[in-house]
Design a protein around this ligand. Structure first.
Ligand code: BES
Ligand code: ZN
Ligand code: ZN
Length: 505
């Protein structure tokens, strides 16, 4: 999708005009006939500008027929990032009626305060999840999809254009990771996810290291290897590194912290549960179990464009959790990369097994300033918080506050959850150091999982974000479709943008 900026409306294209309640149309920007058309509707009370009101009309005869949609933006003083993102999505959806590749969208200047959110909404709202449909109707729909938006507002400056571009990239990245998460496990297997990570690294000139099964064996990454045993494909752990360009202008760094920030993402291609096989009702969407990996990859696609002045390292362990005669079994004892032993009580608690190695590697190899992991880790988190709020766990209040406020900024809900002494006690092993689920495992499952992870982070400031409930949806928001939401990328970019600079070059 192209979004170009203009200060006048070209009357050839079909046009969506965003207007606040009772806003006087700007004839300078819209031209005389469009302004009169709006006034006519306002006078007739067929359009008032109430939030999300949408009226299809056209310019009167005698002129070239121009399809027009008047779109209500509500009260100007109620406008914020989230409403703007929603408006963007609704406008692009309304434009489907035009069946035109190129359209105009006119916006009042107040929307220019939220151009990133607007572009995010426009791009995310344009996402089509029909990845594998082959019928004619789907093809036709694709052919008539809007691919150019002429965005019209009175003036544009460089800063505004850059925000628009950033929003566009965020939207495209969210759509990209939605596709990764929606992809069927036979279409996006371990090898293909590895390829996507390598491609992202190449496109952004980032260093990428591929720890294949042989290397994982050498390093004694027992957690990942145990989960991988039943899988037809060998496991990988990918490490991707972003090093910022030197600070070239005279902005003064506020802190001097050369330590990187490590992001870790759970990359289970498909979670059958293993020998502790999931019931069939729980199996159907389990391709989503690499959503944490997708979030991390998405963030790496954006770091350069957002000119983030931090070293960032992404660690992504990838494997299937499959069933078969070589699969790891309940009651086995696994020695993790950290040296800690784990008794397996349930092979469906596999996420914490692969994360244990990735987190310990991140903590010891990089001694990061912060380490943050994303994982579709527990159904229990979904039971506790539902589908719109991710569980936020960790050991550093300042880090949790930062993440929480970024989530608020980007309409991605988080709720701080506890890791109590009882949770830590709950996952102590009988024979080994740890058990991969608590012996009385019916309660506080999300906290127990977090307590398990806590054993592998040494003294790092750490946050764990359980996205089991938020990675997929059956009740999409304006800018979502059913299935993958892309939850997490926007919040992380906001988090990085708001961190003080550090000197890393
Ligand atoms: N991938 C699942 C968690 C999950 C469930 C994600 C539903 C998204 C939607 C995870 O590996 C898992 O199976 N967790 C178990 C843990 C249990 C065995 C302690 C669970 O939540 O049931
Ligand atoms: Zn599982
Ligand atoms: Zn899982």
């Amino acid at each position: 999708m192209r979004i170009t900026t203009h200060s006048k409306c070209d009357p050839i294209n079909p046009t969506i005009i965003g207007l606040f309640e009772n806003e006087k149309p700007d004839s300078g920007r819209l031209g005389k006939s469009l302004a009169e058309l709006i006034q006519k509707h306002q006078k007739q009370k067929s359009f008032s500008g109430k939030s999300n009101e949408s009226v299809s009309t056209h310019l009167s005869k005698g002129e070239k027929l121009q399809k027009v949609i008047l779109f209500g933006l509500g009260e100007e003083n109620k406008l914020h990032e989230t409403s703007t993102r929603n408006f963007g999505a609704k406008m692009i959806r309304a434009s489907a009626d035009f069946q035109q590749k190129e359209i105009n969208i006119s916006i009042p200047p107040a929307l220019q305060n939220h151009l990133q959110a607007l572009a995010e909404g426009l791009i995310m709202g344009n996402y089509d999840p029909a990845l594998y449909k082959t019928d004619e109707e789907a093809k036709k729909k694709g052919e008539k999809k809007t691919n150019t938006i002429n965005l019209i507002c009175t003036d544009w400056n460089t800063d505004q254009r850059s925000r628009l571009e950033k929003g566009k990239s965020v939207g495209e990245t969210v759509n990209y990771i939605r596709t990764l998460v929606n992809s069927a496990p036979d279409q996006l297997n371990t090898e293909q996810l590895v390829r996507e990570i390598k491609l992202t690294a190449k496109e952004n000139q980032m260093k990428v290291t591929d720890f294949d099964k042989k290397k994982l064996e050498k390093m004694k990454m027992g957690g990942i290897l145990a989960v991988n045993r039943g899988s037809a494909e060998p496991a990988h752990m990918m490490v991707i590194e972003y090093n910022p360009a030197p600070i070239s202008d005279n902005r003064k760094p506020k802190t001097e912290n050369p330590l990187p920030i490590v992001l870790v993402g759970k990359g289970i291609i498909f979670d059958t549960g293993g020998i502790s096989l999931k019931p069939s009702t729980h199996l159907s969407d389990m391709q989503l179990d690499m959503a944490g990996a997708a979030v991390v990859l998405g963030v790496f696609k954006l770091l350069k464009q957002f000119d983030i002045k931090r070293r960032v390292v992404g660690i992504i362990p990838i494997t299937d959790n499959a069933i078969g005669n070589t699969a790891y079994r309940p009651s086995e004892i696994v020695t993790t990369y950290s040296g800690k032993t784990v008794e397996i009580l349930n092979t469906d608690a596999e996420g914490r097994m692969i994360l244990s190695d990735a987190l310990y590697y991140g903590a010891t190899q990089y001694k990061p300033e912060y380490m943050i992991d994303f994982a579709t880790l527990t159904g229990a988190c979904m039971v506790a918080l539902g589908f719109r709020t991710a569980g936020l766990f960790g050991n550093d209040e300042e880090l949790l506050d930062k993440l929480n406020s970024s989530g608020k900024n980007t309409d991605e809900g988080l709720c701080v959850m506890p890791i109590t002494d009882a949770d830590e006690k709950g996952i102590e092993g009988q024979l080994a150091d740890l058990a991969n689920i608590a012996h009385d495992h019916a309660y506080a499952g999300a906290s127990r999982a977090a307590a398990f992870l806590k054993n592998f982070i040494t003294d790092t400031k750490w946050a764990h974000i359980d996205i089991a409930g938020t990675a997929f949806t059956k009740n999409p928001k304006d800018y979502e479709t059913t299935m993958a939401t892309g939850f997490g990328v926007r919040m992380m970019i906001d988090f990085f943008e708001k961190l003080p600079f550090s000197v890393n070059e």
